[in-house]
Design a protein around this ligand. Structure first.
Ligand SMILES: [Zn+2]
Length: 257
């Protein structure tokens, strides 16, 4: 995702990529998993293991896609999730390569969720509660994490995809437009989350809106052409999101432990 990354924590290599797990990752993940202790303490451990596997898989998606194009990625997990950084630079020749690398994280998550879904459709699961709960967690964490990261908000993956797409389709560099779209979208999500009573989500989205507003200020007054383009993109993304939610609503009916 984003943010400042320290240097401490657990280090190891995975498929040739250096991985570092910051202590803050364990703290936040355990805190988020605490409600599971009502089912039993082992469910909190299962939660931590599933979150670890899911976020690692997401970042591995970015790192592997980067390796296809000759980049060298390093993975870090921390309080806000995960991040793949490119200590030797992220110099890609084409916009579509940027999009593939940004998309690869969420694509991996959705693929894994799809595999779990298909596997449970084909094989009837044994009546083992722990297995069912583990698959349930794995399925939903991967879907939610993938969709959250695909929101067209800089610095999320979706924000990078949106910015690369804009630069691809409009020949000239327009550094303000991605931040304008991010700001409007994040502010809309903050309002929606607040209306739905999700204070944490509202604060999180508001943080992104403010961050992009501050970036936007660096580029001077907003151009009316940019505003029209931003509203067009947002209309397109909102329509696409509703179509996807409709589709996921159908998935939800089919898979519950
Ligand atoms: Zn990502």
């Amino acid at each position: 995702m984003f943010g400042e990354i320290g240097q401490g924590g657990l280090r190891f290599q995975l498929f040739g990529f250096p991985v570092r797990i910051d202590p803050s990752f364990w703290i936040v993940t355990v805190l988020l998993g605490l409600p599971w202790r009502e089912e039993g303490p082992e469910f909190v451990l299962l939660w931590v293991a599933v979150v670890l596997a899911s976020i690692l898989a997401h970042e591995l998606g970015h790192a592997v896609a980067g390796r296809w194009f000759g980049l060298r990625g390093e993975i870090a997990l921390y309080s806000m999730g995960g991040a793949t950084s490119w200590p030797f630079g992220r110099n890609l020749r084409h916009h579509w390569q940027e999009i593939v690398v940004s998309l690869a994280g969420s694509a991996t998550g959705l693929l894994l969720a799809g595999i779990v879904y298909v596997a449970t459709e084909i094989h009837s699961l044994p009546e083992w509660f722990h297995l069912r709960v583990t698959l349930f967690m794995f399925y939903w964490i991967n879907i939610v994490w993938a969709l959250l990261n695909l929101l067209p908000i800089v610095p999320l993956d979706g924000g990078h995809i949106m910015a690369s797409s804009i630069h691809w389709f409009r020949r000239h560099e327009d550094p303000a437009l991605p931040h304008l779209i991010s700001m409007i979208f994040a502010a809309a999500i903050a309002l929606l989350a607040w209306k739905l009573g999700d204070t944490f989500g509202a604060l999180f989205a508001a943080y992104f809106a403010v961050q992009n507003a501050m970036q936007l200020r660096l580029y001077g007054p907003i151009h009316p052409k940019d505003l029209r383009a931003a509203l067009g993109v947002l209309l397109f993304v909102t329509a696409g999101t509703f179509a996807l939610l409709e589709y996921l609503g159908l998935l939800e009916k089919g898979f519950l432990p």
